[in-house]
Design a protein around this ligand. Structure first.
Ligand code: GLN
Length: 485
């Protein structure tokens, strides 16, 4: 049996039945990484010894308790913008190149206390800014389906690691699509929960009003299980809500009977890859054939989403990234005085895209431009949210493509930031509105690259999102296809 290829739910059942130990499972995953990561480049840091120690501990717990979390003994990869105590955390930036966090992000602490095994830290676009993982200060990650292609971003390392069986599941973050778009590019399942469902404490902040942590997994059931392990109120994050967390796996009944699913007409526009449109339309038919009612809906302010996002996100980023000044942590340049130290440390430490965003963000917040840009964008953000409020009066979930194209070639869009920004045209509104959404595989294009279907839910209704996704997955075979490595 190829242990590294197992789903989380399978691995968890088999661990309980003693078919193998967590030590064996973790070893299999580490071997798989050793055999493939010189081509995929998904990991920035491996935590081999710590992982093996956690696995041995998990094996002890497994002997004692049969009722523990399904995450007990399961090897998980974590994006390198989560603080991990004792494991180097870089955010794929030179400015944090040798940063050793003194504490764990709440989500990482939750994984650890459930007995999960942290395998290592995955590559990303620097500070999670990008859609291709090419903005990493270290190296680009490659798409396991085709090494000439990007894995998507910013959680490209986590998506590639899941697709290449270099972990059983992974965590990512999503500010404008960074879980869902790479999931689509790599043919895996990625879920962005409702803003406030999962703690952001210990996540290196990019745009705090949109950042959210979520699971990246091999199938929808795994997504429910991993979400269960990280969701819930955290006193250390005032934006995490005090709301009971439902049992997500229980809602996976394989049926969409009686569900009303909306299809926004603004999401099928010229410029999208025809094979993507076809695959998504086929997926809509599949759900209709399985008993869902399909209704055309309208989200009239969709066309402003990318512009609004790149004002709000850059404004928040410019203030969040002010803390990297060479004084308290991270890279410090050797300079003659304080101002020079700030200036040179930041100049040497940040990459081009991060600098671009700091400048844009500083500009839209500056006196004289604040009203025209930042305030205006906040107002349009409200309109975008209201579009969804209206839509959810008529439907229970919304179906769209995850990205307008499949994974593009490495280098294809690096010279053209605007083209890169358009990769997120279908995911960004969801972050602006704070809604939950999943991406799952729904086909392949002519070059055998995976296509993603996005299912958007109402606030705190991850259950309907997961239920719809699961029913679609049950009716199709896409999630069983794997890249040959
Ligand atoms: N690609 C988007 C950006 O560059 C989203 C990134 C994200 O979700 N972290 O900002």
């Amino acid at each position: 049996m190829n242990l590294a290829a197992l789903t989380l739910s399978d691995a968890s059942d088999k661990l309980r039945r003693r078919e193998f130990s967590s030590t064996e499972l973790t070893e299999a995953v580490l071997q798989r990484i050793a055999a493939t990561d010189d081509r995929v480049h998904a990991y920035l840091t491996l935590a081999r010894d710590a992982a093996m120690a956690q696995a041995r501990q998990a094996d002890e717990s497994l002997k004692r308790e049969q009722t523990a979390s399904p995450l007990l003994g399961i090897p998980i990869a974590v994006k390198d913008n989560f603080l991990t105590r004792g494991i180097r955390t870089t955010c794929a930036s030179k400015i944090l190149g040798d940063f050793m966090p003194p504490y764990d992000a709440t989500t990482v602490a939750k994984l650890r206390s459930a007995g999960a095994v942290i395998v290592g830290k995955t590559n990303l676009d620097e500070f999670a800014m990008g859609s291709s993982a090419e903005n990493s200060a270290f190296f680009p990650t490659r798409n396991p389906w085709n090494f000439e292609r990007i894995p998507g971003g910013s959680s490209g390392g986590s998506a590639a690691a899941v697709a290449a069986d270099q972990c059983i599941g992974a965590l990512g973050t999503d500010t404008g699509g960074s879980i869902r778009q790479p999931a689509a590019c790599c043919g895996v399942v990625g879920l962005k929960p409702t803003y406030g469902r999962v703690s952001r404490y210990g996540i290196i902040a990019f745009a705090s009003s949109m950042d959210q942590v979520g699971p990246m997994t091999k199938d929808v059931r795994d997504s429910a299980l991993l979400l269960q392990g990280i969701a819930g109120h955290d006193p250390a994050d005032s934006t995490s809500v005090r709301l009971a967390v439902p049992n997500f796996a229980e809602t996976l009944n394989g049926s969409v009977k009686g569900l009303r699913l909306g299809v926004p007409k603004e999401y099928f526009v010229s410029g999208m890859q025809p094979e993507v449109e076809q695959a998504v339309r086929n997926a809509i038919d599949t759900l209709a054939n399985n008993g869902a009612t399909i209704a055309e809906i309208s989200l009239p302010h969709t066309e402003y989403a990318v512009a609004v996002y790149y004002i709000v996100a850059t404004a928040e980023a410019s203030s969040n990234l002010a803390r990297y000044d060479g004084m308290r942590f991270g890279h410090r340049a050797d300079a003659k005085d304080l101002t020079e130290t700030y200036r040179v440390s930041r100049d040497e430490g940040f990459g081009a895209e991060v600098k671009r965003r700091i400048m844009l963000g500083t500009y839209v917040l500056s006196a004289g431009y604040y009203d025209a840009y930042y305030l205006k964008a906040q107002r349009v953000r409200t309109l975008i949210r209201q579009d969804f409020d209206e839509a959810f009066k008529r439907c229970d979930a919304i179906l769209t493509p995850t990205a307008p194209t499949t994974a593009f070639k490495i280098g294809e869009k690096t010279q053209d930031p605007l083209q890169m920004y358009l990769s997120d045209i279908y995911t960004i509104s969801i972050n602006l509105a704070g809604l939950p959404a999943i991406s799952l595989p729904c086909g392949f294009d002519g070059d055998s690259m995976p296509i993603g279907l996005q299912i958007i839910g109402n606030h705190f209704d991850e259950s309907t999102v997961l239920r719809t996704a699961h029913a679609y997955e049950q009716a199709t075979e896409w999630h069983k296809k794997k890249p040959k490595l």
